[in-house]
Design a binder for this molecule. Sequence first.
Ligand SMILES: NC(=O)c1ccc[n+]([C@@H]2O[C@H](COP(=O)([O-])OP(=O)(O)OC[C@H]3O[C@@H](n4cnc5c(N)ncnc54)[C@H](O)[C@@H]3O)[C@@H](O)[C@H]2O)c1
Length: 632
Amino acid sequence: MKIINLAQTLLRKNSWFVGAFQATLIFVSLILAWFLKFDFTLPQRQMLFSAAFLLVLIRMTLIARFGLLHGWWRYTGLSDALDVVKCVFVGSVLFILATQYLTRLSAFPRTIYVLEPLLTAGTLIGVRIFSRVLAESVRQDLAAARNVILIGAGAGAQTVVREIGRQGSEYAPLGYVDDDRSKAGLKIEDVPVLGTVDQLPELALMYPVDEILIAVPSATSKQMQRFVEVCERTGVKFRTVPALRDVISQRVSISDFRDVDVEDLLGRDPVEIDPESLRGAIYQRSVLVTGAAGSIGSELCRQILEHEPSILLCVDQSETGMFYLERELSQRCARTSLRCHVADAGDRRRMEHLFQGSRPETIFHAAAYKHVPLMEENVSAALQNNIFGLMSLMEMASEYECHGFVLVSSDKAVNPCNVMGATKRIGELIIAHRPTNGMRCLSVRFGNVLGSNGSVIPVLQQQLRNNEPLTVTHPEIKRFFMTIREAVSLVLQASVIGEKGDTFVLDMGQPLLVLELVRTLIKLSGRNENQVAIQFTGLRQGEKLVEELFYENEGVDETSFPKIKRARGPVRDWDSLLKKLEELEAALFLDNPDDVRAKIKEIVPEYSYLSQDQPIENNQRLWPAAVRRSVA
Ligand SMILES: NC(=O)c1ccc[n+]([C@@H]2O[C@H](COP(=O)([O-])OP(=O)(O)OC[C@H]3O[C@@H](n4cnc5c(N)ncnc54)[C@H](O)[C@@H]3O)[C@@H](O)[C@H]2O)c1
């Protein structure tokens, strides 16, 4: 590339260079013609060199006359080619006249009169065309390439530079910035280290940078927050390489650059799990995932597939969801029989058929209705699906002697103040107390996962895209957040360490103010808070200001995995619980939500709810004491 640029500059700026170059071509054409005429020998050298001097003189004079001494060959066109032909023709006529009548070169070979002009015209036009083609390809590369500064000069960044150095890349690396001062001034992969990350704003003013690339795949959330903050100060567009774990699991390649997203800022820290023990539990076993097309179910399927079960039986009642899931997973299951079925996990007959065909040994039950306000309006559907669907599936699992049954629960199960949360709590109680012929049943409770279907982040992102005000129910509302990937890894790990009846709770760190999340999203969209309206819509029915992870009367045990805690609640008598569940099922037929809610409360005394005629403002008095304190 450098040599081409130098040649272009010489051609453009130095007519003596252009002249000397063309004179050489004319001389070489004459020698070549001589070679061809005399069977690749050079006889009569004195005549040849005298004629060469005369020929070059005539041709160069005409080249100057025809205006062909300029070096803008990259713009050459048909008119230049015609000028060359005319110039060569006139030059040949003059040369013939000169050799025949004005000099003592009358014995000059006639064939050379024909061969030489053909070769001269060919080379003079050829170099112009070649120069134009070359210049255009260089121009296209340069126009498309975006100048980037890379954050990080470690192994990840070097791989990125090698990748983008390949032909056809849209990036041209200007340099790295790295916190390691000992790298300053070094050239790595032929690209200089320009300074430290903190110097980026000044460097962005000094260099023609189009984009900043955060090239630290192993960056933690904290480091990402700092990189983003520095990038924002430069005012230059920035992107990131994917996280290391995604590169390692071969979901993406390191050069799949993308915009920084909320997950990078909140959930990049690696979770501690033991992949070997997971593999031992899944490898060559038959595994069933219900709700497989949903956010959590689909991630369960992805991670389970990494450990090569013999059969992965995916069940979901969403036909479109299953279509996409099957399309995605079928690419990655070389050693697993993937079986995708559109079915209601609570439909006994249908599930029996699937159990007969696939004999699942472990079941991950992620099928549920989960939208809080919607379920307040559809109480029977919520109960039917989340409680009685679960019971039916457990019965089947027990009959078919499954080894393990894992219920995906939710922090909304704790001191529930909505029907959805109450169904989750009842699910936990069933899992903990139902007799099971040795089947290990356990539930895993955790808070919001980032970006799941219909959750706060996708909704806010859609509002941002549509330039609508961002809606938040309350300025003080807080939620626990984890990435789907992280939560699912921990669910899988919990399934390995769990004993019969365990309730596990994932350590979600501190709850985050949703308003802060909104601000982060605004920043990541490249706008500021003056450009985007935030609208507070008021708490919805059954919505708490702050979710909790444990009941007051639950003991908390550590496990060998720091992010997985075991909750120990009071033991209940299964027979009386079953009786209450039967009464609850019977109440569904009466179709009076208040009666149903009263029955729920008999099973979950901590459940608080508003009867239909109570105003929603009273909701706050129904929050548990701990929450009232934190809000006050
Ligand atoms: N999303 C979160 O932030 C979060 C956090 C903690 C716990 N959870 C729990 O995880 C579970 C799944 O949540 P999600 O976010 O993946 O929800 P989702 O809506 O994305 O997925 C649920 C899936 O279950 C399917 N489904 C529902 N009922 C079914 C049935 N009877 N038979 C077959 N398929 C059925 C739906 O079609 C859907 O595809 C829920 O129980 C939820 O409470 C979710």
